[in-house]
Design a protein around this ligand. Structure first.
Ligand code: ADP
Ligand code: MG
Length: 696
């Protein structure tokens, strides 16, 4: 048996268990060695019942004497009580809430190990453990030294494979297999002060007596730290090598001339915030370099990313190049076109739009102008990516709302120019190191400040039974001269149910609730002209209420709108609601967001609570990641992040930071032979395992 042995051939596993393990992604002995326990229990303190002292946490082994699942009275529903008796005849009471599943297993005669805080039950005078950890012991003769009298690891079960079976399997493997060779460069290990690999793996599964339980459960013992660090270190080395290679490619070196500076000053309608100026500087520095820029511009919704992108556009155009702006929806493309046109027309630049629904002749006209270099900027949707769209000389691509587009689309746009610079903008900001890792090939600029004078949006949760109250509030805001959105959930833009709901609500609101007020309707089933008209009327303020499906989710900018009502808010994702909410609060006036919901499950309630209590996009993105898991949040495939085994991008953010710094330091200062070994290691292990593209 060695590290690469398929688990099926390990003694005690066989085909059935191998299949259950396979379902968890565990194929080989090595996989099992890296299967991390999700928590640990201190069972070193095992005592007979007689010696259990109230107040202490302890373990004991005893047999079920009597057990009962408490009756049908509502208050006691699901309460399960079992009395345990040990060899010396002493008894211990245990109590489980929602104990139905224990009732089936803890029947009289069953022997079990129990752990928990010892209390005294006043009524019976017995020792008591409420909600103990329970592990049923199988046979009289079984060797329990792996499971009792020490700190034990607790594994997530795989099919029918229990934590006890895992403990047994790992014990055998640890005794019989030669553990992996330690590839972490010695210099790094010493700098950080990390234990060697073999002992770290051992400690992961069988912590030594006296190991700090709190550290263990926080995954911060030296052994756990070492293993988590490993994963991040190689990941960061791999990303850095890949990025260095991409950075070495030839690109356009833009000059930031005096005339460009003058044009930028002329364009800016307001004083940029310090954060905007910093991002502008980072982008300008990148553009000057003779290599392609790949930069993520992240900032909370409303933080003013567009003007930063516009400044980059001026630099490109002043250097005689064209700029492409890629937007995720048609509505947003139209908005962007108007916004950029307002900014750039006064500088004498031509801005065109290319979207899927434009007429054939218009499209052809725009394509010709783009190909001949008659327009300096073209704003569009996916239509821009089409084969037959050619640029005269594309120098800068700006991609809005990155999470809607994959890496592939970015590359398609990239190929339309001679190595153009690329800015991707996202309104889902995340901590810098995390962003640098997840979007491995991008540099990151963050706008972490809102334009001055903004009042935080007040967010309220209202049950749908109280929706009349919401409407009277909306009426009040409209009388005060403001405008409101009422949004309905839609999973896909084509979903007819939501469109129907919006249409129905539009009728209801415009005729019954707000008879004297002009109400507009906007959804994905309308044609472009109708949509543009609906948007235009709302922007102009001639409609006061806009009933919409989520087509307005991204980027719409109407500063006079002060209320965002989101119906069936429980059906939206966290980040999505935050985006929607960002459509208001765009002026110095107080704005409101009302989340109307039906009955909530736990996760939905947590989401609503987060939104009501926070306006901070960083915090919301983090909560979203926690509630949905980073894989789901980013779409693992798109971000190219490999499946991490022990490391957790959120929990271990500090170690990610550390590993990133160490990887950088190592790549800059490692010896030739260390670097050669590292590249080989990455090629052999990391790359194969995680399927990333060629390194080095
Ligand atoms: P987002 O980052 O969500 O794309 P926008 O670029 O749409 O944000 O900007 C939001 C609003 O704030 C726009 O109306 C924009 O004109 C305005 N804005 C941006 N920066 C500033 C600033 N420094 N001072 C005042 N208003 C600003
Ligand atoms: Mg935007």
């Amino acid at each position: 048996m060695d590290l690469s042995t398929p688990l099926q051939f390990v003694k005690g596993i066989g085909p059935a268990r191998a299949q259950m393990l396979g379902a968890k992604g565990l194929e080989t002995v090595a996989d099992l060695l890296y299967y991390a326990p999700f928590r640990y229990e201190d069972r070193s303190n095992v005592k007979p019942i007689r010696e259990l002292a109230p107040g202490e946490k302890a373990a004991t082994v005893a047999r079920v004497a009597t057990a009962k699942l408490a009756g049908f009275r509502r208050a006691a529903l699901g309460l399960f009580e079992a009395v345990f008796e040990d060899e010396s005849g002493n008894t211990l009471l245990t109590r489980f809430f929602h104990g139905e599943r224990y009732a089936e297993r803890l029947v009289p005669g069953v022997r079990a190990a129990l752990f928990g805080k010892i209390e005294l039950d006043r009524a019976s005078g017995r020792r008591l453990i409420v909600q103990p950890e329970v592990e049923i012991l199988s046979g009289e003769e079984e060797d329990n030294t792996l499971h009792l009298g020490r700190i034990v690891a607790v594994y997530e079960a795989a099919g029918k494979i229990s934590t006890r079976v895992f403990r047994g399997l790992l014990d055998r493997i640890l005794r019989e297999v030669a553990l992996p060779e330690d590839a972490l460069p010695k210099s790094v290990k010493e700098r950080v002060g990390l234990p060697d690999l073999a002992s770290a793996i051992r400690e992961l599964h069988q912590p030594a007596a006296g190991t700090d339980l709190r550290l263990l459960n926080e995954f911060r013992t030296p052994a756990q730290t070492r293993l988590i660090f490993d994963e991040f270190f190689w990941l960061e080395c791999g990303l850095a090598l890949k990025k260095n290679k991409a950075r070495a490619a030839a690109g356009i070196s833009f000059a930031v001339t005096e005339s460009a500076r003058t044009q930028i000053k002329k364009m800016l309608p307001f004083r940029p915030t310090a954060a905007q100026r910093r991002a502008m500087q980072e982008i300008a520095d990148d553009m000057k370099r003779a290599h392609p820029m790949h930069r993520l511009l992240q900032g909370d919704v409303g933080s003013g990313k567009t003007i930063v992108a516009a400044q980059a556009a001026v630099i490109a155009i002043e250097n005689g190049f064209q700029v492409a702006v890629l937007a995720p929806t048609e509505i947003l493309a139209v908005q962007h076109r108007a916004y950029f046109e307002r900014l750039l027309q006064k500088l004498g630049y031509q801005v065109a739009a290319l979207t899927g629904s434009a007429g054939a002749r218009e499209k052809q006209y725009v394509k010709n102008s783009v190909a001949e270099g008659l327009v300096q900027m073209v704003v569009g949707t996916h239509a821009l990516l089409q084969e037959d769209v050619a640029f005269h000389n594309l120098g800068l691509a700006i991609i809005d709302e990155q999470h809607r587009f994959g890496v592939r689309q970015r590359l398609e746009l990239f190929r339309k120019g001679a190595q153009p610079d690329v800015i991707v903008m996202t309104a889902t900001p995340i901590p810098r190191t995390l962003a640098l890792t997840l979007y491995g090939d991008l540099d990151v600029s963050t706008i972490d400040e809102l334009p001055p004078g903004r009042k935080p949006i007040v967010t309220r949760h209202v049950p749908d039974t109280d929706v009349e109250r919401v409407y009277s509030f909306v009426a009040q805001e409209i009388r005060a001269g403001r405008q409101a959105y009422v949004v309905y959930p839609v999973v896909e833009e084509t979903e007819t149910a939501a469109v129907k709901a919006a249409e129905k609500m539009y009728k209801h609101l415009s005729t019954k609730v707000f008879p004297g007020v002009r109400v507009g309707l906007l959804h994905g089933k309308l044609n472009t002209e109708e949509r543009t008209a609906a948007m235009r009327e709302f922007v102009a303020g001639s409609t006061k209420i806009l009933v919409a499906t989520t087509v307005i989710e991204v980027g719409v900018d109407v500063p006079n709108a002060s209320v965002m009502v989101i119906e069936q808010a429980e059906r939206f994702g966290l980040a999505q609601i935050h985006q929607l909410r960002g459509r208001v609060g765009r002026s110095s006036q107080q704005s409101y967001c009302v989340l109307v919901t039906g009955k909530l499950n736990d996760i939905a309630r947590e989401r609503i609570r987060t939104l009501v209590s926070s306006n901070d996009g960083f915090h919301i993105a983090e909560m979203d990641m926690r509630l949905r898991g980073p894989g789901e949040f980013f779409g693992t495939r798109q971000s190219g992040i490999p499946g991490l085994r022990l490391a957790d991008l959120l929990r271990d953010a500090d170690l990610l930071e550390l590993a990133r710094g160490e990887a950088k330091h190592f790549l800059e200062s490692g010896t030739q032979s260390e670097l050669r070994d590292a590249v080989r290691y990455i090629q052999e292990h990391w790359q194969r395992k995680y399927g990333l593209v060629q390194v080095g």
